[in-house]
Write a protein that binds this ligand. Sequence first.
Ligand SMILES: [Zn+2]
Length: 85
Amino acid sequence: MVRTEITIETHEVTVIRHSGRQTTGFCHACQSFVSAYLPDEIAGALRWNDTDLQVMLETGKIHFIKTAEGVAPFICGDSIGKSKI
Ligand SMILES: [Zn+2]
């Protein structure tokens, strides 16, 4: 089983766990392969609403990426780790 943990620095520490299935994609902003997460996963873990998510994407604080599976949009896990609200 593949398990990935990302520790996110916000007003509290949130850990997203992926069990069994890991998604990886190339983020052009980071210029590297990163863990990719569904917007719903991110929003749920950080308790963001749709507006929060939209603002973070529009301001470039978090990155949209496409995965090898071609399913979009995913969100760059590295950018989440660097972002704070
Ligand atoms: Zn990125």
